[in-house]
Write a protein that binds this ligand. Sequence first.
Ligand code: SAM
Length: 329
Amino acid sequence: MTITVTKLLKMASGCWKPCTLHAGVKLDVFSHLTRSPMTAEDLAGLLEVDTRALDMLLHALTAMELLHKEENRFRVTPFTGEYLDRQSPNYLGHLILHHHFIADGWNRLDEAVRQGGPVRHRSSRNTGNLERESFIMGMFNQAFRIAPEVVAAVDLSNRRRLLDLAGGPGTYAIHFCRQYPELTATIFDLPTTRPFAEQTVARYGLDDRITFVGGDVVTDPIGSDFDVIWLSHLLHSEGPEVCAAVVAKAAAALTSGGMLLIQEFILDNSRIAPIHPVLFSLNMLIGTPEGQAYTEGELADMMSRAGLTRIQRLPLDLPNGAGIMLAVR
Ligand SMILES: C[S@@+](CC[C@H](N)C(=O)[O-])C[C@H]1O[C@@H](n2cnc3c(N)ncnc32)[C@H](O)[C@@H]1O
């Protein structure tokens, strides 16, 4: 992509459209307009917001092809009815709202660079209810789209006990258990994640095979004798030393011959590609004391220092530069 003045200036105002989308989702206009098409005035009455301002927002969402306008009424499109209505099983609003909550930190990136540390609280800690739900269920939104591809590429035949370490709502534990009927799983995550994980597991009717254990992976015991551990998107929120300790702890919790799988946004050795992991490091800079994206070599080194062998990266081309490392105890 050759940069031009037009592209540069477009980049500078690139946050306008995302902010418009975030506001539409946060005000839940899509759910209301799925129930019935409405004028800005009627919807403003329902949402208890300013009519003139909502009218502008609805026109902008229409210009972005997220709503239709007929006469003076607005309605959802088939697409936004499926993905932005809170009642839809395919609702993606959690992930969109997660981006809304972290946007304030991105706006203060210069301060983070100046001081060399975070300018917002961690998404996994000390957050309000809506923000916590958006983070955990946003991870569900994200993982749900990728999990089928991951499960198809990872052979867990003959494995019986899976630990989904820092598993959040348990999206991967659920997908692995659906694929392998003999498998049981433990989701280990911070205690505040429990209600989201239990609800999600119950929704898939797997409460008899998947249990939740609350704890801190850095300071608490994580259990033992697992023949497979799935560690997805935790390491980027910690610095290299804590990551090495977590990987060593996971390795020690495996049976002999047990397998550790790590999913992360993986940087090239050049550290300038793929673009998502490069930017994700900044996302961790603004939100965590030591988090960052890691290269394949760095992840392999953590696995090797934990005494694991047969270290490899699975040949998978996942969205956002995500990749999976595998090693065996
Ligand atoms: C980005 S989410 C990934 C969730 C899930 N593994 C996935 O890939 O969809 C990171 C998860 O790590 C959890 N987490 C962060 N720090 C943790 C800690 N110290 N101990 C246990 N869980 C932690 C968060 O609560 C969150 O569920």
